[in-house]
Design a protein around this ligand. Structure first.
Ligand code: HEM
Length: 176
């Protein structure tokens, strides 16, 4: 009985700890209907994306022209599966899986949900993955951050209707 009670308390503590970690972001920005919350912890960026869509939500970092040269994290939730991918902008209006280009997938999925028509994904990425198909994020410098979400389709090929781009200091949270 004592053991069961101990197990229950431990399980509750662990659930509590997980949700506290997932909710504790330092900064937030909004654009194109997407809310991006994040925190820089050492050499890791913890991110959360949320938008009123049953399709994908995404953030992009440092595109050079339109989508070219940017590092993109896109995710959708289908049933119980949270699918998150690491893409690179190969052309102004095209991006592909880093892995298909000969690079590596450097995103770690932390969680995700689709509730009441809102899709949320949580992930971590290294600031500098070492992959040529990711951009190096300088935390206390200027980073171009792009936000977009897709139509209500669980497909990474479905195009966004709008996008927002802002210049952000990932460390301080200052948004220009
Ligand atoms: C999922 C598949 C996607 C498709 C099929 C797609 C398609 C396109 C197309 C066709 C354009 C050109 C639009 C135009 O010139 O009017 C465009 C522009 C753009 N997209 Fe995407 N896109 C996708 C995902 C994303 C994502 C995930 C982001 C960022 C989070 C993004 C950010 C942008 C930006 C910044 C532009 C440039 C807009 C401008 O020139 O003002 N796209 N996209």
């Amino acid at each position: 009985m004592k053991k069961t009670l101990f197990g229950l308390v431990l399980a509750l503590c662990l659930v509590g700890a997980n949700s506290v970690q997932a909710d504790s972001y330092d900064h937030e920005m909004k654009g194109a209907g997407v809310t991006f919350s994040w925190k820089v912890d050492g050499d890791t960026l913890h991110g959360k994306l949320s938008a009123k869509t049953k399709g994908w939500v995404a953030v992009g970092f440092n595109p050079e022209e339109q989508m070219q040269g940017g590092n993109y994290i896109l995710g959708f939730v289908k049933g119980n599966d949270v699918e998150v991918v690491d893409h690179f902008g190969t052309k102004k209006i095209n991006h592909d899986l880093d892995e298909d280009l000969g690079g590596t997938s450097d995103v770690t999925v932390v969680g995700g949900s689709e509730k009441g028509g809102t899709t949320t994904i949580e992930f971590t990425i290294p600031l500098d993955s070492g992959d040529q198909y990711d951009t190096v994020l300088v935390a206390d410098g200027e980073t171009k951050v792009v936000l977009a979400h897709g139509p209500p389709r669980d497909s990474f090929k479905a195009r966004h209707r709008k996008q927002a781009i802002k210049t952000v200091n990932l460390s301080t949270g200052a948004v220009k």
